[in-house]
Write a protein that binds this ligand. Structure first.
Ligand code: UD1
Ligand code: CA
Length: 453
């Protein structure tokens, strides 16, 4: 089978400089969703017809299995499909999809394709309570499809038809090429309509068959930001339902956003307003508190993530305690039983088993061993203004509060660092390190008093 995806339209009603098919749904371009669905059908060819913003569209979805045909002027859906013809295998049928209709299920398309055996012309149609704006499916008294009439070309009687054309069709390719060549644009919009091919097929003695999707939303397209927001909610609700089905506890399925692939073990629970981006894996028994954002992260079994925690590009072990208000940045790798508390930032740093940084710290470009205690207000000074340097803290080190570790620096195992120490030289193991400071008490001090008047 060939698949042609129409994506040349401007999408004026989006009121955006971004080509319509590149607007994100669940964090990815609308067109990428359609291409993924196309791939699920294992076609011989995928051809995307581009026009408005063509270069940007091509760049955004380029892949070895996707070809592009340019429609430099948008003269109608029939004309658009015509541009793809040279790239199609004429011996196989062609399925036409739309770059702005992102939620069609592969199983629905499979049924449509299966109905198109022996050169049949197959239409995906749907019954709508409000068919306004769509092409209507006109049938004869015996129920056979005779033609599709566009809203702007329809008679009052035809406008009452509730069965509409989704635009998605499967056609025999060699014949389609001939029929498209004979289209005329003497209609209300002055366009070459793909829908007019139906009459050509009937004249040529081909059977027209119709298939309906399981759900109306499978056929909804995006023309405006309002419709984009509506489809986003439908898509997110579907994702939430799948998670519930798989046994995940969601505090509120309407307050969860998954923009990528979220995979969960058993007994995972997710509180409200969490966002998951990229590839996120949550192990058995993980709990995610309210208002967390997790991107490209792997979280080990039994880990608790408290509210308002941000995780991006991190690997977290088992039984780890994170947050509230923790931030893990790319390259953070936490072993089992680590504790990262409030206002602690970890970047490009490894923390060994059982190590703790519970309050107000920055741990960047560091190798931290096991059972290390990082006191409140500890800073790895990793940047000299030009280059980044590493801090190494070996096992069982105790870092007192308000310590600065000026990298590159190595703290040997078992070292104790006194509170308020600036460490800029390597420290041998099992020693105490401190900066000489004195504390004085003065009894002659008089606190200033605010002047009156
Ligand atoms: C089309 C159908 C209509 C159907 C509706 C479903 C035709 C003539 N009409 O109408 O029966 O009910 O879809 O949504 O086919 N496109 C191009 N190049 C063009 C024209 C369009 O790539 O020259 C693309 C658009 O970007 C869009 C899609 O084709 O993604 C549909 O085009 P649009 O003009 O929106 O068709 P409708 O008038 O909605
Ligand atoms: Ca149109």
């Amino acid at each position: 089978m060939n698949i042609v995806i129409l994506a040349a339209g401007a999408g004026k009603r989006m009121r955006s400089a971004l080509p319509k098919v590149l607007h994100p749904l669940a964090g990815r371009p609308l067109l990428s969703h359609v291409i993924d669905t196309a791939r699920a059908l294992s076609p011989a060819r995928i051809v995307v017809v581009i026009g408005h913003g063509g270069e940007a569209v091509q760049q955004a979805v380029a892949a070895p299995d996707v070809q592009f045909a340019v429609q430099s002027e948008q003269l109608g859906t029939g004309h658009a499909v015509q541009q793809a013809l040279p790239l199609l295998d004429p011996a196989q049928p062609t399925l036409v999809l739309y770059g702005d209709v992102p939620l069609t299920k592969a199983s629905t398309l499979k049924r449509l394709v299966d109905s198109a055996v022996d050169g049949r012309y197959a239409l995906l149609t749907v019954m709508l309570d409000d068919p306004h704006g769509y092409g209507r499916i006109v049938r004869d008294p015996a129920g056979y499809v005779v033609r599709i009439v566009e809203q702007k070309d329809a008679t009052l009687e035809e406008l009452r038809i509730a069965e509409v054309n989704t635009g998605i069709v499967v056609a025999p390719t060699a014949q389609l090429a001939m029929w498209l060549g004979s289209l005329r644009n003497d209609n209300a919009q002055g366009e070459f309509y793909l829908t007019d091919v139906v009459e050509r097929a009937i004249e040529a003695g081909f059977d027209i068959v119709t298939t309906q999707p399981d759900e109306v939303w499978e056929t909804l397209g995006v023309n405006s930001k309002a419709q984009l927001a509506e489809l986003e909610r439908i898509h997110q609700r579907n994702i939430a339902d799948a998670l519930l089905q798989a046994g995940v506890t969601l505090a509120d399925p309407a307050r969860l956003d998954v923009r990528g692939a979220l995979s969960c073990g058993t007994d995972v629970s997710i509180d409200i307003n969490c966002v998951f981006e990229g590839r996120v894996t949550l192990g058995d028994g993980v709990s995610v508190g309210a208002h967390c954002v997790l991107r490209d992260a792997t979280i080990g079994a039994g880990t608790r993530i408290e509210p308002f925690t941000h995780i991006d590009g991190a690997i977290v072990g088992e039984r780890v305690a994170l947050g509230p208000y923790a931030r893990l940045r790319p390259g953070a790798a936490l072993a089992d039983d680590v504790h990262i508390g409030n206002f602690v930032e970890v970047k490009n740093a490894v923390l060994g088993q059982g190590s703790k940084a519970n309050h107000l710290s920055y741990v960047g470009d560091a190798d931290v061993g096991a059972r290390v205690n990082i006191g409140a207000g500890t800073i790895t000074c990793n940047y000299d203004g030009a280059n980044k340097h590493r801090t190494v803290i070996e096992d069982d080190v105790f870092v007192g509060s308000d310590t600065q570790l000026v990298a590159p620096v190595r703290i040997g195992r078992g070292v104790t660092i006194a509170a308020g120490t600036t460490v800029w030289k390597d420290v041998p193991e099992h020693t105490l390190v401190l900066n000489e400071k004195t504390q004085r008490t003065r009894t002659d001090y008089v606190r200033p008093v605010k002047k009156k008047g």
